[in-house]
Design a protein around this ligand. Sequence first.
Ligand code: HEC
Length: 373
Amino acid sequence: MKNMRFFMWRHALGLFLVFAILSFIPVLSQEPPSKLVSTDWLEKNLSKENLRIIDVRGSIQDYWQGHIPQAVYFNPEAMRLADGGVPVKLTPSEALAIMLGKMGVNEKTMVMVYAEQGDFKAPYLIWALDYLGHSSAAILDGGFTKWQKEGRPVTQDYPKINPVRYTLPSKLNQEVRATLEEVKELVSGGGGVLFDVRPAQMYTGEKGFWKRNGHIKGAINHFWGEDLKDDGTWKSKEDLKAAYEKLGATLDKLIIVSCGQGQMSAHAYFTLKHVLGYPKVKNYDGGFNEWSNIDGLPVDTGLGESSPGGEVTTSDGEKLLKEHCTACHSLDRVDKAKKDKAGWEKTVNQMIGNGAKLNDAERQAVIDYLSSR
Ligand code: HEC
């Protein structure tokens, strides 16, 4: 009797283990190796089951001329729609679900997204999927440009796709999406970091298309393109972390990223959330597009608080020069060179290309200092 009970117990345990292992395997196999996959990985896994490659390049003509085998084209404009009169916010999830289903994607499909080299449309889709709670998704690092340059397979054939039903979760993931109210709260109450990742001239208000140009008061400028290397692949984690930390982004803080309409900021969101693993990152897809149009909400122009220490001014130029321009050569090199403002602008940009770590405001301060002495 005792033997029998032992046998049954062991039997049950065995069954339990088998079920546990079986139910675990498909979960494991559905996740991509990371949120950023290499061209090598994708080529090796092109015929992987349950994988859907989505091409979100801006032009359908590019897709016609050649795309990654089995990739389906998804017009990136379909991801955005007017909301309450505010143009270009994230398309409602019900509509996204219908579109994903048409592309043969259900909530368990592994999605690989690509656009051109260094493009924010791919991160925008990843962010939208995050909002739907769809974690099995990744970006092709370096995009189609790198894929093509490496001579990997390209086709003009369309994939054969059977539409499926995409089931939305009962609750959308609000953790990744900032509302206007949340941005207002951060701006008036602090307790987090707000990044504006547009080019510096839009941030300062020199350029822009909105009713009011400039930036959300208190936002720190960090151009999204700075997260990438020249070939459009992401910089190393160490470099990215150092750059964001210098601007005050730490793991404990709420970080809201914004731009004109949530696309460039989706790129910074991807860097912070998926490359660096910051836990509390939200993309404000209303962006300056929404904020600037509401009279009374504070908008600043000029360099603003581009550094957590306050405004960077020309007088910081000397300090920045000593800190940043001596990493690779002595200041002799700089002192010997005689240039006008345009010349310094060119040189400093070149040095940033070489690896000098300056954000836009600091870059400007160094240029101003060098051309004023
Ligand atoms: C990551 C390394 C690195 C950093 C940081 C760096 N440089 Fe350089 N710098 C170089 C290299 C390499 C050269 C020589 C090749 C070249 O011209 O690009 C150079 C050359 C120069 C020259 C001589 C050539 C010319 O164009 O006149 C000047 C002046 C100069 N750097 C200024 C600066 C200033 C100003 C900074 C800070 C904003 C800086 N560098 C930061 C790597 C660096």
